[in-house]
Design a protein around this ligand. Structure first.
Ligand code: AMP
Length: 369
């Protein structure tokens, strides 16, 4: 299938071309025609599948036919990074539409957001907390919203946002199209879907392929030996950029400091940073000023940096899905990537489950010497 067959508005075709997208991804192929019919949708897909364009394109297409100057669409996302990314994708895909979007999240001044509301926007992309603040202050009016997207609903649940989302929903008309995206379907999301979706179509893409372009390498090493092994690994010349995962934010920070002291350009992304520190860390890594980013799963949610050569599991992920999600950040598109996992004896059962999901054993390498 190609994009023309989706019968999107011609002005969107220009945006698609500008983004360099040639063929729709499977989630786009499935979701776009259904969403264009105005139907509610339950989308089971992870980051990396092209899910953002899967809802942004039908959203823009439908908004082209609606009056301007009112908020007609609301996208709710769990993190500032994800909200910002969606806002940017709307800007790129919608560059010729004249539709206006604003990203709304906490940790930054309200002024810019208020200014955008006053100037008039058709699309609000928001994190729940700050949006509810604005609603409480009557700074934004959602009574005309025709399209609602909840992105990464399972992460919003993990982060305790469901009560806030339920409050936000009270400000929206009942008559609307709702698209709900989630990578997993815990009972709470199933319940939420039951409450807010009407006769939804379900689209699902297979779990993000543990792609053939990623080499999965396992180092068996106990905790005390990890720091030395990591330093050895970082000496390897072919590591051009590495995303390292730790279990805690404290460890993310201390590991980045250790690596910096050892002469590597390293930064960390963890929950305690101010918004400007996060932005600086992110753009520094994206633009190559930092070769290494150390992050926790939560902090790394939704960040989209495509040219990562290595993903390093310094601490084991706590689920197979988290492993696939972490390692899916390397080996994107045509480039190949490598995932190193540092695992101790106690991690044996998790390694077996991951290998089962990969359909092949990881490549075991000796950790010393
Ligand atoms: P997402 O799952 O929305 O985070 O998208 C993952 C990555 O795939 C992003 O870098 C997108 O720019 C990219 N992408 C989305 N749709 C396409 C497409 N049809 N062709 C190529 N790349 C795409």
């Amino acid at each position: 299938m190609n994009f023309e067959e989706l019968n999107l508005h011609p002005t969107l075709q220009a945006g698609i071309t500008a983004c360099g997208y040639q063929t729709p991804t499977p989630i786009q192929e499935q979701a776009i025609p259904t969403a264009l019919l105005g139907r509610d949708l339950m989308g089971l897909a992870q980051t990396g599948t092209g899910k953002t364009a899967a809802f942004v394109l039908p959203l823009l297409h439908q908004l082209l036919a609606l009056p301007r100057g009112k908020v007609q669409a609301l996208v709710v996302a769990p993190t500032r990074e994800l909200a910002e990314q969606i806002h940017i994708e709307i800007g790129k895909l919608g560059k010729n539409t004249g539709l206006r979007s604003v990203s709304v999240y906490g940790g930054v001044s309200k002024q810019g957001q208020l200014k955008a509301f006053r100037a008039g926007v058709e699309i609000v992309v928001a994190c729940p907390g700050r949006l509810l603040d604005h609603l409480g202050e009557r700074a934004v009016n959602l009574s005309q919203v025709k399209h609602l997207v909840l992105d990464e609903a399972d992460h919003m649940f993990d982060m305790g946002f469901l009560p806030t989302i339920r409050k936000i929903l009270q400000h929206l008309p009942k008559q609307r199209q709702t698209l709900l995206f989630s990578a997993t379907m815990p009972a709470e999301i199933r319940r939420l879907a039951g409450e807010i979706l009407t006769d939804p179509a379900t689209v699902q893409v297979a779990r993000q392929a543990p792609t053939a372009t990623v080499a999965h390498v396992l180092y068996q090493v106990e905790q005390p030996g990890k720091a030395a092994l990591l330093r050895d690994l970082m000496q390897q010349a072919e590591i051009s950029s590495a995303l390292i995962f730790t279990r805690t934010k404290h460890k993310a920070r201390s590991l980045a400091t250790q690596l910096s002291k050892a002469g590597h350009s390293a930064t960390s992304l963890q929950g305690n940073l101010s918004q400007s520190q996060r932005t600086r860390a992110m753009s520094g890594f994206k633009e190559g000023r930092f070769k290494i980013m150390v992050a926790t799963d939560i902090a790394a949610r939704g960040i989209d940096i495509s040219a990562i050569s290595h993903v390093i599991n310094y601490d084991m992920p706590d689920s197979v899905e988290a492993y696939i999600h972490r390692t899916g950040r390397t080996g994107r598109a045509a480039s190949s990537g490598t995932a190193f996992t540092l695992a101790g004896r106690e991690d044996g059962p998790m390694i077996s489950r991951i290998e089962k999901s990969l359909g092949q054993p990881m490549l075991r390498k000796p950790s010393a010497g």
